[in-house]
Design a protein around this ligand. Structure first.
Ligand code: ADP
Ligand code: MG
Length: 247
């Protein structure tokens, strides 16, 4: 099968600040993700990685700063509008338990995007094929492995034809033997022009698939660089300590 090629948008964060109540948990983060590239975000638990991703697609409303897609500010857009362009994959797959894999993927193109049911099912079959689950299209989530469920969740996000994909610890809930199937799919997307921001504890994946690695601590970007910069030549004591704990 000829693999689908993507043309992801450029993403830029400008002084993005996100708060819970009075506490700023993401503080003035500025970042550029070039079109079709993958940025991995690493950092200790509680450093603000999930909140940052949720700010990008406005599951969490920013306190200040801006998010730009292909140079255009998105903060004036309705969050629903933005979320069609920015797909997100979570640690827990959140599939609809009473729907088949195919229906899970077809539902948003049909109900949200307004494709005909027939066309939505066609798109859904293509995306399931792409994630290697054509044979599982009629299975309910409970009859799929965790890795297969996560691949359905990725197919579901892709079916909306997003310009950017966000992944929040997409493999953290999986049994170890299922992790690589999902990481390989993510690496394949990354190699086919999708723009991705990937929060991950998988340092091997970051090294192999990232164009840029961002190290966050206490709500701020401490270091940014190529995988070689970050893993072989960490500059700050905080990154050196983090790497010594996870590698
Ligand atoms: P990470 O994903 O890097 O582990 P998070 O973005 O989940 O970090 O959390 C960043 C900070 O925000 C942490 O200090 C966390 O305790 C706090 N936080 C996360 N969710 C909430 C919430 N719903 N209410 C209040 N504080 C929160
Ligand atoms: Mg998190």
């Amino acid at each position: 099968m000829k693999k689908h090629e993507y043309s992801g948008a450029g993403l830029e964060l400008k002084d993005l600040t996100l708060a819970y109540g009075d506490i700023d948990v993401v503080r003035k983060i500025s970042l550029r993700v070039e079109p079709g590239t993958t940025t991995c975000v690493i950092g200790p638990s509680g450093s603000g990685k999930s909140t940052l991703l949720r700010g990008i697609n406005r599951l969490h409303e920013p306190k200040s700063g801006d998010v730009l897609l292909d140079g255009a500010s998105t903060l004036g857009q309705h969050p629903d509008q933005l979320r069609r362009k920015v797909g997100m994959v979570f640690q827990h797959f959140n599939l609809f338990p009473d729907h088949t894999a195919l229906e899970n993927v077809a539902l948003s193109p049909w109900k949200v995007k307004g494709l005909s049911k027939k066309e939505a099912l066609r798109v859904a079959r293509e995306r399931l094929d792409e994630v290697g689950l054509r044979e599982r299209a009629d299975h309910k989530p409970r009859d799929l492995s965790g890795g297969q469920q996560q691949r359905v969740a990725i197919a579901r996000a892709l079916a909306m034809e997003p310009q950017v994909m966000l992944f929040d610890e997409a493999t953290s809930a999986l049994d170890p033997e299922l992790v690589n199937g999902v990481l390989n799919l993510m690496a394949s997307l990354s190699g086919r022009g999708m723009t991705m921001v990937v929060v991950t504890h998988e340092m091997g994946f970051a090294r192999r698939a990232a164009n840029q690695v961002v190290f966050m601590d206490e709500g701020q970007v401490v270091e940014t660089g190529t995988p070689d910069d970050i893993f072989d030549r960490p500059q700050s004591a905080r990154l050196q300590r983090f790497l010594s704990e996870v590698l």
